[in-house]
Design a protein around this ligand. Structure first.
Ligand code: XBP
Ligand code: MG
Length: 256
């Protein structure tokens, strides 16, 4: 049987380095719009990333970093409203082309597509954010490249829970050992491994580089491109410097 049958991509940090200059900025703009004096610095945001999901992250901030804030009676509604505004700001940032794709992403997507490998997304971010990033970085109509997009609140438990990967597998009628996942963070790795899926980790920035990626099939700095070969932090790097289908197929042999 051909392996892998599908490539399943995380979005934030994996397709593009969106957290510091995308999500963080959008949160801060939403707070300013609401008249709040909250400012999430680069450092604080690094700590807030221990919780995935924007609404969950705001709640965590109030629980741990801003305990003095006088909470409105409808805290859920308040957070949801802030998060809606944040999503609008994030989409506007993407439309301006604020964040490029990471090296090798477009190359691997095209190779997979041309070879008839199925493509999917498994992310905790809001679905509109996925489309906004795809629209701003990939050719017109590229959302259709992804057969399944698992995103946001579609599952009750976000990463590191495996739910989003299980949901994607379910939609595609695939077993965990038929696909490979691409992640940039320990939460994403835990989610993929929890669903029994092999996971290539591409570290992205200071937020995730030092994390413990035990359980990853390989840990690389990027997927690699012609002019920018991938380097391995753990596991075997691709001989030609690029994560391509030939390289991924050797991973299956390693786990046979
Ligand atoms: C990404 C996230 C997301 C974004 C915010 O994690 O944690 O929550 O930071 O997105 P991963 P929303 O890359 O592991 O999927 O505000 O739209 O929730
Ligand atoms: Mg990620």
């Amino acid at each position: 049987m051909k392996w892998p049958q599908a490539l399943v991509f995380d979005v934030d940090g994996t397709l593009a380095d969106t957290e510091r200059d995308g999500h963080r900025v959008a949160f801060n703009r939403a707070f300013a719009d609401a008249g709040l004096d909250w400012i999430w610095s680069v450092e604080v945001y690094g700590e807030l990333l221990s919780v995935t999901g924007g609404k969950e992250r705001i709640r965590y901030y109030l629980d741990r970093f801003n305990t003095g804030f006088e909470r409105p009676d409808d805290l859920d509604g308040f957070i949801a409203g802030l998060h809606r505004t944040k999503t609008e700001h994030y989409m506007a940032l993407m439309a301006e082309g604020a964040i490029p794709l990471r090296p090798g992403v477009l190359r691997l997507l095209i190779e997979g597509r041309d070879a008839g490998i199925r493509l999917a997304i498994a992310t905790t971010t809001t679905p509109e954010n996925v489309s906004a990033l795809v629209r701003s970085t990939l050719p017109p109509g590229a959302m259709d490249w992804f057969e399944v997009v698992g995103a946001g609140d579609i599952v009750p438990e976000k990463k590191p829970a495996p739910d989003i990967y299980r949901w994607v597998l379910d939609q595609m009628h695939l077993a965990p050992d038929q696909v490979v996942a691409f992640e940039d963070s320990v939460h994403g790795l835990s989610a993929a491994r929890g669903a029994g899926i092999e996971c290539v980790v591409v570290t992205v920035n200071d937020y995730t580089r030092a994390q413990d990626f035990a359980g990853a099939t390989v840990v690389l700095d990027t997927l690699g491109d012609e002019d920018e070969p991938a380097r391995a932090m753990a596991g075997r790097p691709p001989a030609n410097g690029m994560v391509d289908l030939d390289y991924l197929r050797t991973m299956e042999l390693a786990h046979a």
